[in-house]
Design a protein around this ligand. Structure first.
Ligand code: ADP
Ligand code: MG
Length: 287
């Protein structure tokens, strides 16, 4: 394990990964189809998957649809106990919800009956922060994501991009050390998506959190990340490749895609992914 160096504990603590998924296997109960519908069978979605996110590191996980990306994220969030394997957060075993993490999911998670401001401060309210303090912080965060003046709007009065900004503020206001994001921008149009990706990078670089970012979009993964992990197609999904992204920062996600190094990285990662994407596609056609 970590050794104390030079008489301080810090050296050891600093070396612990923010998030470590260690040999994770997830099995789900499934039912056999047709005549044998009463026979219970298990489906192994993820098998023996190991994945580490360092402190302040931005890691993306890419893989074909249905391969087990959300399953892995749910394990990291502590929402789904793995059938096998363990999770450690800053070196400590995870039991129950991961309270060091904030989440952002693909689907809209805003409460439709609450205004933008009221949505952003919901987490602080649940934690018992005094109302005035929470509201002041909420206004500050809405301004930081470019939504000053929109405090009183309800979700149905906001565009898709604006809703994502509110969701970002809702997550970041709680100052989590780890961000878990599951295809957060995939429902947006291409232009809005690029704006949101740049926004995310800017907020992240101001105060480097550890990020586990799930996407099926390889370009998005490369342009945002320090490291990209490629998953195999399911069943029994596991990481099959890992690529360090040595593109300079700060990055503009639209411009970086035109650089020769980006194209080179894209080519080598796509080479590793292609067969798995085809397998995933064949399986989805059979299902
Ligand atoms: P991805 O996010 O990569 O699209 P998921 O992690 O959502 O994929 O799902 C991986 C596989 O596990 C899929 O085949 C899915 O049907 C299955 N699965 C996920 N959650 C459950 C569950 N709670 N019960 C049964 N099967 C599940
Ligand atoms: Mg998913």
């Amino acid at each position: 394990m970590q050794r104390r160096q030079g008489g301080t504990i810090d050296a050891g603590v600093a070396a612990a990964p923010a998030l470590a998924l260690n040999r994770i296997t997830c099995r789900f109960a499934a039912r056999a189809t047709a005549k044998r519908s009463n026979i219970a069978v298990t489906y192994t979605a993820v098998e023996d998957a190991t994945l580490v996110v360092g402190p302040g590191e931005f890691v993306s996980v890419v893989g074909p649809t249905g391969c087990g990306k959300s399953t892995l994220l749910n394990v990291a969030a502590g929402l789904l106990p793995p059938s096998d394997g363990s999770v450690a957060v800053f070196g400590a075993p995870l039991a129950g919800l991961n309270r060091s993490a904030g989440y952002m999911f693909q689907a809209d998670s805003l409460m439709p009956w609450r205004s933008a401001l009221s949505n952003v401060v919901a987490g602080l309210e649940f934690r018992g922060t005094p109302k005035q303090e929470a509201q002041a912080k909420g206004r500050e965060w809405l301004a930081r994501v470019g939504l000053a003046g929109f405090e009183d709007r309800y979700p149905h009065q906001l565009s898709g991009g604006m809703k994502k900004r509110v969701a970002l503020a809702q997550m970041l206001i709680l100052d989590p050390q780890i961000l878990l994001m599951d295809e957060p921008f995939s429902a947006l149009d291409v232009q809005t998506r690029v704006l949101m990706e740049n926004e995310l990078l800017e907020l992240w670089s101001a105060d480097r959190k550890s990020v586990l970012f799930i996407t099926h979009d390889l370009e998005e993964a490369i342009s945002l990340s320090d490291r990209v992990v490629v998953l195999s197609a399911g069943p029994a999904t596991r990481p099959i490749g890992e690529f360090r992204i040595d593109l300079p920062r700060p990055r503009d996600v639209a411009e970086i895609r035109m650089t020769p190094r980006f194209v080179e990285l894209h080519e080598s990662i796509w080479h590793a992914m292609k067969d798995e994407v085809l397998k995933g596609y064949a399986q989805s056609r059979r299902a």
